[in-house]
Design a protein. Sequence first.
Length: 155
Amino acid sequence: MNGWTIRRDDLTHPDVLALLNLHLRAAQENSPPGSVFALDVSGLRDPMVTVWTAWDRDVLLGMAALKQLDPAWGEVKSMRTAPAQLRGGVAGVLLDHLIAAARERGYRRLSLETGSNAPFVAAHALYRRAGFVACAPFGGYHDTEFSQYFTRDLA
């Protein structure tokens, strides 16, 4: 993480918007109809959602968001590493940042929904390494054959 910074993002920088569009396109391309729960710009601007981006000077490395489900429970959203930065540790650093932010907010649980096919395998490994375990659907999600759910107790 030499020289990297993580900052709260307002979703106005063109590089961030391009990465978000890539994230949304990939979700649509790699998921069956009705199984994409990724947030667009308006969803990420909801007051219950905070977005952070990682930068190496003026180069965008990745993004991640934290959504408050209730005062003790958060959800990981919009985890995406910039294509040129894959396998460089960006996702792990951003996930650690989300976990720390969740603890600072007093959340006792952090959960997420993701896909179950091959394009999501690296994400599953990342979440498991960070202490997340498989769980049942939560919040407003419904069980699908495609979605996979993970959670981590922060207490």
